[in-house]
Design a protein around this ligand. Structure first.
Ligand code: 0O2
Length: 212
């Protein structure tokens, strides 16, 4: 009886997770279509790679607790916007803004929130463009609107964020080591910013030469 009680609670959650997976498929396809089109038209792929994930159940519970929100399906859908997450990795910073503009111009996409941590990096040094969008998924029962978080970054920003994310969860560091390594990561963040700017410059110059 205990198991069936848990199962009856889990089933609606599993159903919701399935809808989020469908929403990821929809948005991911939109990015893949744009990448294909650019490849055909300009012989250039703006997207280096795409990573998608559904937020783990534990991580959702932790976030609800942190925000002081009770656990129910409505709260999950209305308060947690990053259950479905897509990370789009580009080589160049300008491509991030171009892809974001093309995605948001599509008439079935609604922008809920935009956070530009490239123009306004976080104190940690974190840079990425975050978009919370709403996208319809079409089920046998009708249309359902789902929220998806899109994180757009360059390869350099992603490289930095992956290591910094690991640093956050390292438990065996002394406070002194943590401060020292966080400072080092801030220096690395400045270096990735400079690298992105210089790589963009080289690409712009190459394209200008092509046009002449
Ligand atoms: P995971 O495991 O990456 O999914 P909100 O969602 O608005 O309630 P918040 O924290 O203000 O809460 O959202 P924010 O900062 O716009 O985006 C949160 C996500 O961005 C994080 O997800 C990270 O993926 C990424 N992020 C934000 N700041 C940093 C940072 O300083 N370093 C790194 N490495 N990543 C960052 P989660 O929830 O941490 O989990």
């Amino acid at each position: 009886r205990f198991l069936s009680a848990i199962k009856s609670q889990m089933d609606p959650v599993q159903e919701l997770f399935t809808y989020y997976r469908c929403a990821i498929m929809e948005v991911e396809t939109k990015f893949r279509v744009l990448d294909e089109q650019f490849s055909l038209q300009y012989d250039d792929n703006p997207i280096e790679s795409i990573k998608s994930r559904i937020k783990s159940y534990d991580s959702i519970l932790r976030k609800l607790k942190r925000k002081g929100i009770s656990f129910d399906l409505d709260s999950i859908q209305n308060e947690i916007f990053d259950i479905a997450g897509i990370r789009v990795i580009c080589s160049f910073e300008k491509d991030i803004y171009m892809l974001a503009d093309y995605l948001l111009a599509q008439d079935d996409i609604t922008l809920i929130e935009r956070k530009d941590y490239i123009k306004n990096p976080k104190p940690s040094g974190y840079r990425s463009l975050h978009l919370i969008v709403e996208v319809p998924i079409f089920l046998s029962t009708g249309k359902k609107m789902m929220k998806v978080e899109v994180q757009l970054r360059t390869i350099a920003m992603d490289f930095w964020a992956s290591l910094e994310h690991k640093l956050r969860y390292k438990k065996n560091l002394s406070p002194k080591q943590l401060v020292m390594l966080s400072d080092e990561m801030k220096t690395c963040a400045d270096m990735t910013k400079d690298l992105d700017r210089r790589m963009q410059y080289v690409r712009d110059e190459m394209n200008r030469e092509k046009e002449c």
